[in-house]
Design a protein around this ligand. Sequence first.
Ligand SMILES: NC(=O)c1ccc[n+]([C@@H]2O[C@H](COP(=O)([O-])OP(=O)(O)OC[C@H]3O[C@@H](n4cnc5c(N)ncnc54)[C@H](OP(=O)(O)O)[C@@H]3O)[C@@H](O)[C@H]2O)c1
Length: 298
Amino acid sequence: MSSMRSFFRGAWSSPVRLDGKTVIITGSNTGIGKETARDLAKRGARVILACRDLEKAEAARKELVEDSGNPDIVVKKLDLSDTKSVKEFAEVINTEEKQLNILINNAGIMMCPYLKTADGFEMQFGVNHLGHFLLTYLLLDLIKRSAPARIVNVASVAHTWGSIRLDDINSEKSYAPRRAYGQSKLANILSTRSLAKRLQGTGVTVYSLHPGVVRSELWRNLSKPIQIAVNIFSLFTKTTMQGAQTSIYCAVEHQLEGQSGGYYSGCAPARCSREASDDEMAQKLWELSCQMLGINWD
Ligand SMILES: NC(=O)c1ccc[n+]([C@@H]2O[C@H](COP(=O)([O-])OP(=O)(O)OC[C@H]3O[C@@H](n4cnc5c(N)ncnc54)[C@H](OP(=O)(O)O)[C@@H]3O)[C@@H](O)[C@H]2O)c1
């Protein structure tokens, strides 16, 4: 089913409307996030573009308002590589927004040189996992009050490239960009499982997904030949609009109501690696993430 859907890319569609609902999408000034925002805006949602670069985000906002005909698209500053920015963003949302029905943790960085976040976390783990983990924690009361509500974590098939290195989570002893990206995406899937368990009975459901191999700016840190190859082999890769479909599916598909914690690809349930289904590791990662962020989240 999933592979058939992948073959007929973009085949899934849904008439679901989101009038009166509020959505936050991180990293939505470009790529998959921007196309997800475009679709959900067309469905009538109030869309909050949570982005680190306000200039790029404002340009995206203008384009999306014009294209969707929905004026209720706003930009809010969020830099996931700095917990201070995550806390400030959450404070603004918790103060100004009456509800939050869909949170899409989409922003991501792939295979960058060794860098640390403002808090000293390895950049890919810090942005892709810890930044979103903290954001979700800080917005969770509002999300619960808005139930039925959904949290969508954009992971990747690249979760198979790494493992959770509990003894060197920040890759200080050794750094391999690909392995660190894999670790961060594995963390997205494991924390989705853990969160789903904790949210049982709240009306808030959680999903993780692989969007496909997508021609976006994600490849910016890779060598030019690889970037060119991604574009040349366009038959095997997706446009950002096609790449957004599984995020949109997880955000709106009626059939997913009541299901939580799963991993999706090609707008269908998908199989993740054995490591990504390891509940013991999921719990260890949860505890470590809380400890690193200095939060108490049981
Ligand atoms: N493209 C693929 O083939 C593929 C495959 C599997 C999974 N994914 C996942 O899909 C998601 C979206 O990626 P994409 O392909 O759309 O990549 P993209 O075009 O590079 O977009 C990534 C977005 O994340 C934002 N971002 C990066 N660091 C951030 C930070 N510190 N704080 C806030 N925002 C930040 C970027 O903002 P700036 O524009 O300011 O940098 C951009 O808006 C990612 O989670 C990625 O891991 C993509």
